[in-house]
Design a protein around this ligand. Structure first.
Ligand code: FCB
Length: 446
């Protein structure tokens, strides 16, 4: 048995495009994800977020479920194209939806945690080159300042960006996410603009002097381990770490980009002339907390003729339905490292969870024992970190509902609540019932 501090924030997380649906309602215009998902071959089965979990219409029912599970906090994101459907035009109707959602959460004693940007960039911004255009930083600031003005002080925790690595590298470099480009120079420009927009939004937030509210960012961090102890594999692991983790952690916490990665990337992308000296002091604005999204680890083997001098190899551990190796000890390694090398500000696990092939059995239930094991093991290591003095303050399970899993469409189920996408019926999986007990006792039993 492991106990958590009484004030440990147990929550769940979702994002707008993945659950809301109502793609054309109350003045919302398309985001780059509407366009991307409607482009042939970009998502599994051509799935889109047009309807998703229909949360826009069912938010009360969903908050009822949160209440039933007993979560203390709920992390959700705001759809930018609902708030600014056109460049420079604020849409009060779009804002109203979030005001009603927040009111309902507060009525049920659930703390609202808001992600400002979880990838649904308005298509109008996408049409002007999206995050490749440094103007996008100003559009983002107009949008975030408006949110601070409208609901700043009723939201205790603001997250500027969700996973800048995915919004830049996976989207502009690897091409798996919207807008689906495959150019590493673009990827690093987008990453820089996203980081800069983060720093600038933090500044605006401070200048507006918003009371009783904190601001941070959510990074997806994947610890990289060498396949063997050779010098080469160690180097490959160091680069893999630089690619996913240090490229974002270093500017935020140390005010510089990692030199070894600059040298490596230069060969591929040329000069870093899109970075100005003063940018880094903006990006490294002090933040109040760090959010980390953790799912798995990577194991890397040296390979000369690749950008990162390495390729991933399969681990021996069990895998989730995403094919991601289950490695809860790596969460512990990561937390320890953050504590030692980067920061002692409060850390929140802003996402952790797993997709499995869930089925409804004859009893009408979903017995997702594997998910329970996954969460329990991760909480166990999170708890170990806390017991050793680590400053971990909360855990947001990804996800409340089965939802639109980006390029995988509806083929991957991450929810602790099953969604029948035909009927929109919700069924609490065993994991939801188990999580309820965990929250209620503030402990896990193993
Ligand atoms: C993360 C995303 C989240 C969800 C999970 C499975 O990268 O932030 O939206 O898709 O992965």
């Amino acid at each position: 048995m492991a106990n958590f501090p009484k004030d440990f924030l147990f929550g769940t997380a979702t994002s707008s495009y993945q659950i809301e649906g109502a793609a054309n309602e109350d003045g919302r215009t398309p985001s780059i994800w509407d366009t991307f998902s409607k482009t042939s071959g970009m998502t599994y089965n051509g799935d889109t977020g047009d309807i998703a979990c229909d949360h826009y219409h069912r938010y009360k029912e969903d908050i009822g479920i949160l209440k039933e599970i007993g979560v203390k906090a709920y992390r959700f994101s705001i759809a930018w194209p609902r708030i600014f459907p056109e460049k420079g035009r604020f849409n009060p109707k779009g804002m109203d939806f979030y005001k009603k959602l927040i009111e309902e959460l507060l009525k049920n004693d659930i703390i609202p945690v808001v992600t400002i940007y979880h990838w649904d960039l308005p298509q109008w911004a996408g049409d002007m080159d999206g995050w490749l255009n440094s103007e996008c930083i100003n559009w983002y600031l107009e949008y975030s300042s408006k949110l601070f003005e409208e609901i700043g002080d009723i939201i205790p925790m603001w997250i500027t960006h969700n996973e800048p690595w995915c919004a830049s590298i996976l989207s502009y470099g690897i091409g798996e996410h919207a807008p689906g480009h495959k150019d590493y120079r673009e990827a690093l420009i987008a990453a820089h603009h996203i980081l800069l927009s983060h720093g600038k939004a933090v500044k605006v937030f401070r200048d507006m002097n918003i009371k009783n509210s904190q601001i941070g960012i959510a990074l997806n961090l994947t610890p990289a381990y060498p396949a063997t102890e050779t010098k080469e594999d160690n180097l490959a692991a160091k680069y893999a770490d630089g690619f996913t983790n240090r490229w974002f952690l270093d500017p935020i916490f140390k005010g510089n980009y990692p030199v070894d990665m600059i040298e490596l990337f230069k060969k591929e992308i040329g000069e870093f002339d899109f970075i100005n000296e003063k940018d880094l002091s903006i990006i490294s604005q002090p933040i109040d907390f760090l959010g980390i999204n953790f799912y798995s680890r990577s194991i890397v083997k040296y390979k000369e003729d690749t950008l990162l001098k390495g390729i991933g190899v399969e681990g021996t551990g069990k895998k989730t339905d995403m094919g991601w190796e289950i490695s809860p000890e790596s969460l512990y390694d990561l937390l320890k490292r953050l504590d030692k090398e980067y920061t002692r500000i409060p850390i929140y696990i802003t996402e952790n969870g797993a997709a499995f092939k869930d089925i409804i059995t004859e009893d009408g239930k979903v017995h997702d024992q594997e998910r329970i094991e996954y969460i329990k093991e991760h909480l166990k290591y999170a708890n170990k970190f806390i017991k050793e003095g680590g400053n971990l303050k909360g855990y947001f399970l990804w996800s409340l509902l089965d939802n639109f899993e980006w390029a995988y469409g509806y083929s991957k189920r991450f929810g602790i609540v099953y969604v029948d996408f035909e009927t929109q019926k919700r069924i609490l999986k065993d994991s939801a019932i188990w999580y309820k007990e965990v929250i209620n006792r503030a402990s896990i039993v193993f």
